[in-house]
Design a protein around this ligand. Structure first.
Ligand code: PEP
Ligand code: MG
Length: 583
């Protein structure tokens, strides 16, 4: 059986399926006899006791390892567990409806979550996530589900899930995950981005993978074409094993170009940098010949843990990256949480529209105490490498000025303590919101560089959720609206003599390189693995040809027309690339 989804991370994986579904606790509606009611109540009480002891253990561990205020979060969880009204409602429901306790409980808790999430009072509204957390724990204990994490895997598997969070993906690092596939998700969701960084073949947005696949099935994952084959016959297996070999050879051939300078045939030089999420990825950045780090997504440092990293820990992480890259630039982006990246320890309330919500720089400006810890850590690390700071999600000049003001305060704090840092550290803004793209003439006067975040810029300008597979067909980097915004950003930056880079996924696709090069983009930043391919492409075309492609693309009317046109031109200019890639 063949499933078609969205290609998220190239490469071919062949292996056994492992269904990863701890988030999807399946509750079945089972009728029970009148005389089974007391034993169901006992089961419920036992689950409550077990949950209480689990929470107390976590609370103790946290208060031992960090500040007491973090452990206090769990007091709210304990209160939910002890809520007499809730417990009574479950017991009454059991007696009245005579259904199994997990079914009654999930109904009651679902009602509570809904009521709280609709409250006007912000504090009470936030409690809905506590109720949900505790509810899941109780349900897990009622059903007897084993909590599995991806770090528990004992043998190589292909993970099959409804969804995988970016933090779970980060957990796959160096673990036994040789590929993964999900029912939902889009090409530029952070889960997909992370998979690319970790070089794990992945397909997302398959819609029914978890319904059609069982643990133990043999799977082929073709991450470049977005195809998954379930229990293939020998012939197909052979075909894909050959394809896997070809892919490895293609990557190896391209690696020969890793030290090439991205200089076009007619002498136009651009910079090729890499994006990283974890400090460990620096080795891959160097191995693939990137000229620096164009985007270090620091929020991953805050994931998969119960506390927030302190100044010392952040300083060490940034220093390590900066020092390893020696003189090459390292652009550290300040905390960009929100959207599809959640951090449990910061307790951000659930929102109706998380991508448009209280996130990234908005969150940091509202919490200068959290923000300054990071800014001080970055500044201190700037004494050990060529480090630059970049602010995410800037919507306009007012917000940029506020961020720079906090940065100046952090600098002053260090000066007061006589701590060394680069006084002239460069500061840049990500341009990823249409309002910033349209006012970048103003922004360009007050920063040292721009980096275009197309992943968000496209979703906001086209109103297409980047993580939603149902509307993925509308997510078009070549939409004329997007290209006009990109042109405006590059032109405005150049007018003020600042360089303009791009760290969104658009910069990683060879199909778009001619347009971006022709529009005058100065720096392309991407997953380390793509760096050699991009260097090869750029050093094998003429800037003059790219300029003409960009010029003509801007006269076309639809994203589809532009994409077809630019791909055709790329194939004419470098026929080898497509031929070799597609084999
Ligand atoms: C972007 O939005 O293009 C970007 C590079 O940042 P992120 O993908 O982390 O939102
Ligand atoms: Mg972004």
């Amino acid at each position: 059986m063949l499933l078609k989804g969205i290609p998220a991370s190239p490469g071919i994986a062949v292996g056994k399926a492992f269904l990863f579904d701890i988030r999807q606790l399946i509750v079945t509606e089972k009728d029970i006899k009148q005389d089974a009611v007391p034993s169901e109540i006992v089961r419920f009480e036992e689950a409550l006791i077990k949950t209480r002891s689990e929470i107390l253990t976590i609370q103790k561990k946290i208060s031992r390892e960090m500040e007491a205020q973090h452990a206090e979060i769990f007091n709210a969880h304990l209160l939910v567990l002890e809520d007499r009204t809730l417990i009574e409602e479950v017991i009454q429901g059991l007696k009245k409806e005579r259904k199994c306790v997990e079914y009654i409980f999930s109904k009651v808790i679902g009602k509570y979550i809904k009521v709280f999430s609709k409250m006007n009072d912000e504090y009470l509204k936030e409690r809905s996530s506590d109720i949900e957390d505790v509810g899941k724990r109780i349900l897990k204990n009622l059903i007897g589900a084993q909590e599995k994490t991806l770090s528990d895997l004992k043998e190589p598997v292909i993970v099959v899930a409804y969804d995988i969070s970016p933090s779970d993906t980060a957990n796959m690092h160096k673990k036994n995950v040789i590929g993964f596939i999900t029912d939902i998700g889009g090409r530029t969701s952070h889960t997909a981005i992370m998979a690319k960084s970790l070089e794990i073949p992945a397909v997302v947005g398959l819609e029914k993978a978890t319904a059609k696949i069982k643990t133990g099935d043999t799977l082929i994952v073709d991450g470049a074409d977005g195809i998954v084959i379930i229990n293939p016959d020998k012939l197909i297996l052979k075909k894909y094993e050959a394809k896997q070999q070809k892919f490895a050879e293609f990557e190896k051939t391209l690696l020969d170009f890793k030290d090439t300078i991205a200089n076009t045939i007619d002498g136009h030089r651009v910079e090729i940098s890499a994006n990283i999420e974890l400090p460990d990825e620096v080795d891959s950045v160097i191995a693939h010949g990137a000229e620096g780090i164009g985007l270090y997504r620091t929020e991953f440092l805050y994931m998969n843990r119960n506390d927030a990293p302190g100044e010392e820990e952040q300083f060490e992480a940034y220093k390590k990256v900066g020092a390893k890259l020696s003189k090459s630039p390292v652009i550290i982006r300040t905390l960009d949480l929100g959207g599809d990246k959640f951090l449990s320890q910061l307790k951000v309330p659930h929102e109706m529209n998380p991508f448009l919500g209280w996130r990234a720089i908005r969150f940091c400006l509202a919490k200068p105490e959290v923000f300054k810890v990071q800014l001080r850590a970055i500044l201190r690390a700037s004494a050990f490498g060529n480090i630059k700071i970049m602010f995410p999600m800037i919507s306009g000049l007012g917000e940029l000025r506020q961020a720079i003001k906090v940065l100046e305060e952090a600098k002053q704090e260090l000066r007061n303590k006589k701590i060394n840092f680069n006084q002239d550290i460069e500061v840049g803004a990500m341009i990823e919101i249409p309002s910033a793209a349209l006012t970048c003439d103003l922004l360009a006067k007050e920063v040292d560089f721009f980096s275009i975040g197309t992943n968000d810029l496209i979703q906001y300008s086209l109103a297409v959720d980047r993580a939603n597979e149902k509307i993925a067909y509308l997510y078009k980097p070549t939409h004329p609206a997007v290209l006009r915004l990109i042109k405006n950003i590059i032109d405005s930056g150049h007018k003020e003599n600042i360089w303009v880079g791009m760290c969104g996924e658009m910069a990683a696709e060879s199909g778009f390189v001619l347009i971006l090069l022709g529009l005058g983009l100065d720096e392309f930043s991407m997953s380390p693995v793509v760096v050699p391919e991009m260097k090869y492409v750029i050093s094998n075309v003429k800037f003059e040809d790219a300029r003409k492609v960009a010029e003509e693309a801007l006269t076309l009317s639809t994203g589809e027309e532009i994409e077809t046109f630019t791909n055709k031109r790329l194939n004419e200019l470098i026929p080898w690339l497509k031929k070799t890639k597609k084999q």
